[in-house]
Design a protein around this ligand. Structure first.
Ligand SMILES: Nc1ncnc2c1ncn2[C@@H]1O[C@H](COP(=O)(O)OP(=O)(O)OP(=O)(O)O)[C@@H](O)[C@H]1O
Ligand SMILES: [Mg+2]
Length: 465
């Protein structure tokens, strides 16, 4: 209907069969634009401010529209419902509404308008014959009033003032929105810079340490295996020698047995193999942590690569063990996944942040009520997507902060334990991977975070080809 009105304004007739609004008696068109030859030029946008006028009297609507039509576009409505539909279709600069008209309730329209976040800032002028118009309109929450009877001059003055105020408010709102945008953009950039520096530093350090530990741990492992073999051979030789000594001359056998007892040979023969076995287990454990650190860090990787997320998760669980082992049991269920195209180091950072948060939540609860908690790590494939769910039996996330936890630098933790960057970084990494991070939480029961990732990224050879 708005389009039809615009068509009339430009003196362009809607084509036959096109839906048009029945011409409203109170709607007045601006004169059509014409060039010197009388031919119609390309229509210029109508920049006149828009007044919405609400009155159930067609005559009154026609009069007011005529009085304002030189400087304003006027859109009129004959009922509160029609007015709301009109305001939602296109925001006017000001609403002019008759208070006492049989058939609809002006104050009701005003209440509904002020209750609507998208409309409440519109200036509302109440037109009333009430002798206490000022007090009455103020009590109802109107922004201004126009007392009947009024002449053209007073009508235009009131409308002018409100339109000026309305445009100023709109400009301020736009500036405010721009400021908020710039502020959050700079916060995001700051965070990304921080994140990049932090990841790079952690990655380099971890890779460096892993490299340093790798060489000695390898020769410790090799040497221990050598000692184990050597001791096995010596123990067999010892057994043989004992048999020979048993057949030796009297006195000699006793002397050897005495020396063996003094040197606690039996004790060594019994315990050295177990000691060596334990050492080898320890060395294997260190070697696997070093491997996990190397897998976790992935420094200097610029391109996304096809990655086994289960392996990445396992590496992260190994590296983060110290964070959770004192507070929680692990329940890990890694189902078969397709390779996921990603920056594995960045995703490991996401998993680490979620695991540390889970451990902290359980730790906090443990302080209050004791007992160990449980951290669940589950992976599964869902169509073309991969889902990683990390759950905890912590205290849950209180309702009041649920919409804040992804904000950069929002934290409920004391200094030194949290900086409020973990979830913001995780979400930003997942956005770069076209994935998402969501959560479900129940206070007093726990929280589950869901990482969702497409297995393939746009531009993957498999996708393009
Ligand atoms: N699993 C969870 N259970 C309960 N609350 C959580 C959980 N995960 C996050 N939160 C809440 O969200 C807040 C923000 O988390 P986020 O990881 O972004 O920062 P942080 O853990 O406080 O600090 P950082 O991760 O930088 O060390 C936390 O301070 C905590 O209040
Ligand atoms: Mg955190």
């Amino acid at each position: 209907m708005w389009a039809a009105r615009r068509a009339r304004e430009r003196d362009v007739q809607p084509r036959e069969g096109e839906r048009t609004r029945v011409a409203h008696p109170a709607t007045f068109a601006a004169p059509p634009a014409a060039n010197a030859e009388g031919a119609h030029s390309a229509p210029l946008p109508d920049l006149r401010p828009l007044v919405a006028y609400v009155d159930d009297s067609p005559i009154q609507r026609a009069v007011v529209a005529r009085l304002l039509s030189r400087d304003y576009q006027v859109e009129a409505a004959g009922s509160g419902e029609e007015a709301l539909a009109l305001l939602r279709a296109q925001l006017p600069d000001v609403v002019l509404c008759d208070l006492v008209t049989p058939g609809f309730d002006g104050p009701d329209l005003l209440r509904r308008l002020k209750a609507d976040p998208g409309l409440r800032h519109l200036p509302f002028i109440l037109v009333t014959g009430d002798e206490h118009a000022a007090a009455h309109s103020q009590a109802l929450g109107a922004d201004d009033f126009l007392q009947k009877p009024y002449g053209p001059e007073r009508l235009r003055t009131r409308v002018d003032a409100s339109v000026r105020a309305s445009r100023m408010v709109r400009e301020l709102r736009a500036q405010h929105a721009e400021l908020v945008r710039v502020h959050s953009e700079s916060k995001r950039l700051e965070l990304e810079l921080h994140q990049a520096q932090k990841l790079e530093a952690v990655g380099r350090l971890a890779a460096g340490i892993a490299h340093e530990i790798n060489t000695p741990i390898q020769f410790i492992g090799d040497n221990t295996h050598f000692l184990s073999d050597a001791f096995g051979a010596m123990a067999s030789m010892l057994a043989l020698l004992r048999e020979v000594v048993a057949r030796a001359a009297p006195g000699e056998a006793e002397a050897v047995a005495e020396a063996a007892a003094r040197l606690e040979l039996d004790y060594f023969v019994e315990n050295v193999p177990a000691t060596v076995r334990q050492t080898i287990e320890g060395v294997d454990r260190v070697a696997s942590i070093v491997r996990a650190m190397k897998e976790f860090a992935h420094p200097d990787q610029k391109e996304m690569v096809a990655t086994d997320l289960n392996r990445a998760l396992q590496a992260t669980l190994d590296v983060a063990r110290n964070e959770y082992k004192y507070v929680a049991e692990l329940a890990v269920e890694l189902n078969e996944l397709p390779p996921v195209t990603c920056h594995p180091g960045d995703l490991n950072q996401v998993f680490l942040n979620l695991l540390v948060n889970a451990a902290h939540a359980i730790g906090d609860r443990q302080k209050a009520s004791g007992g160990r908690g449980r951290i669940g790590v589950t992976t599964l494939q869902d169509g073309g997507e991969v889902v990683v769910a990390i759950s905890d039996t912590g205290g849950g996330i209180p309702e009041a902060i649920r919409d804040k936890i992804f904000e950069p630098f929002f934290t409920t933790k004391e200094v030194g334990r949290g900086t409020g960057q973990g979830l913001a970084i995780a979400r930003s990494i997942l956005e770069q991977h076209h994935g998402s991070l969501t959560f479900e939480t129940v206070e007093g029961v726990g929280t589950i975070f869901f990482v969702r990732l497409p297995a393939r990224q746009p531009g993957d050879p498999e996708v393009v080809g």
